[in-house]
Design a protein around this ligand. Structure first.
Ligand code: ATP
Ligand code: MG
Length: 429
């Protein structure tokens, strides 16, 4: 008798010595959350792997695909599970090979994580190999470059038999590398940057600055859809939205036209940093890539970075647009980012933005408006939306209280209600 299960392989977390079980438990908990929509019966750790069992014992490729998106998963196999009995696992090998598609050559690769099983792997290879040769007389055994490898893995009283193993996204389980706040536009770059840091185990908290009320709220919907696309991988805890239009107008009236963008960005950094403090996040993340646009020269990056008192991670700094677009396609954000929406970046844009900002002029401009009051006011009025696919995310008490206390108007805000309603509908899909 055999049933079908998913066998999850990881490698990096196996390297983490004493932290290993923390990492494994986190991955189990993240998988539990990510697979809520599937009839999963149990997710457990077995000797260097994680086992996903489903009701009816029929794990399939769709489940394996959902598993493969979770950070920390290096590979996933849909395997037959049977007893440690040579007739049973040989029969499972025949079934697995029969389902392997077109092939001319094969080999058997037996492994043993359980020393309690007395048969040596060479002996297992031999036993299974003989049965397969009899079952597939027109196929050849090829030891070096076979078309298909049949893996028979003895683990804790069971044999797991499979031929195919699909790649996972790799990285580390979310929740093992702290928390970051990510400056999240509706463009291509920042969702990719957010995902990359999330894949390295960080809980990410995106902050989106919209041009509301000076522009429509379309960019907020796009940001929300983008987070919706990233959320199943468990990397996002909460999305913050900062309506920035009014304040941008004030800045644009107060500072030289060419320095507007740098001022907007300094305010965005300062507000994001306040949110990061309240969240207990230790770094900011942006989607900048060196020289990609006018604001991303080294001078301008330095002029904005000055505001930061925490590390600013720029995972895409050395990436080309083509690479970023390819990644966006892989993680499912490309089509959403293709939609154009005015956000705070398109609002009050200067005709000729400064590309090599001089720091003295930047300081003068910065002092020409009450940036402290503006930053405090923007922080008081942040709006947020929770995504519950990240099991390690804990909302900050401070902002929760502040939100209820100081922004009661949000309850009456039609746009906000629509924002929440739409996500509610999406969650049920
Ligand atoms: P992206 O594709 O992420 O929009 P971009 O190529 O358009 O980036 P910029 O407009 O210079 O480049 O933005 C650089 C970074 O600043 C973005 O990657 C993002 O981290 C942050 N950023 C830009 N606009 C916003 C916004 N509206 N809200 C939050 N962060 C933003
Ligand atoms: Mg952009």
């Amino acid at each position: 008798m055999s049933d079908r299960v998913c066998l999850v392989h990881y490698h990096e977390i196996g390297l983490k010595g004493k932290n290993r079980s923390t990492f494994e438990n986190q991955l189990v908990s993240n998988l539990n959350r990510a697979l809520r929509g599937y009839p999963v019966e149990r997710i457990s750790r077995i000797s260097g792997h994680i086992l996903v069992e489903v009701e009816g014992g029929e794990a399939n490729d769709e489940l394996a695909h959902a598993i493969s998106r979770v950070p920390g998963v290096a590979r996933v196999s849909v395997a037959y599970r049977c007893g440690l009995d040579e007739a049973e696992y040989s029969q499972a090998a025949v079934r697995a090979l029969a389902e392997a598609g077109d092939f001319a050559t094969f080999k058997v690769h037996a492994r043993r994580s359980s020393t309690a099983y007395e048969k040596h792997t060479l002996e297992m290879n031999h036993i299974v190999g003989e049965v397969l040769c009899a079952a597939f007389p027109d196929k050849k055994v090829e030891m070096h470059h076979p078309d298909v490898t049949v893996i028979v893995h003895a683990v804790q009283g069971n044999a797991f038999v499979y031929t195919d193993t699909g790649p996972g996204v790799g990285g580390l389980p979310v929740g093992t590398a702290g928390k970051v706040v990510s400056l999240f536009s509706s463009g291509f770059d920042s969702p990719v940057a957010t995902w990359m840091v999330g894949r390295r185990g960080a809980i990410t908290v995106p902050v989106h600055f919209s041009g509301r009320p000076m522009t429509s709220d379309t960019s907020e919907w796009l940001a929300q859809d983008l987070v919706g696309a990233l959320a199943p991988s468990g990397v996002v805890g909460r999305l913050y939205v900062v309506p920035f239009g009014e304040r941008q107008r004030e800045i644009s009236l107060a500072v030289p036209q060419s320095l507007r963008v740098i001022m907007y960005r300094r305010v965005m950094f300062a507000v994001s940093q306040e949110i990061a403090r309240a969240e207990g996040a230790l770094a900011l993340v942006t989607g900048e890539s060196l020289g990609q646009v006018a604001s991303q020269t080294l001078e301008n990056i330095a002029a904005v970075d000055e505001i930061a008192t925490m590390p600013v991670l720029r995972p895409l700094i050395g990436s080309d647009k083509q690479e970023i677009m390819r990644r966006a396609q892989e993680i499912g954000t490309y089509d959403i980012s293709c939609q154009d929406a005015p956000d705070c970046c398109t609002l009050f844009m200067p005709r000729k933005p400064e590309t090599h900002a001089r720091i003295r002029e930047v300081h003068e401009a910065w002092e020409s408006f009450d940036h402290e009051a503006m930053i405090a006011d923007l922080v008081e009025n942040v709006e947020y939306l929770d995504f519950d696919q990240c099991p390690s995310y804990k909302p900050p008490r401070r902002l929760r209280a502040r939100h209820r206390e100081l922004a009661p108007a949000i309850e009456d805000n039609d746009r906000w209600r629509a924002f929440v309603r739409r996500t509610g509908e999406q969650d049920q899909d």
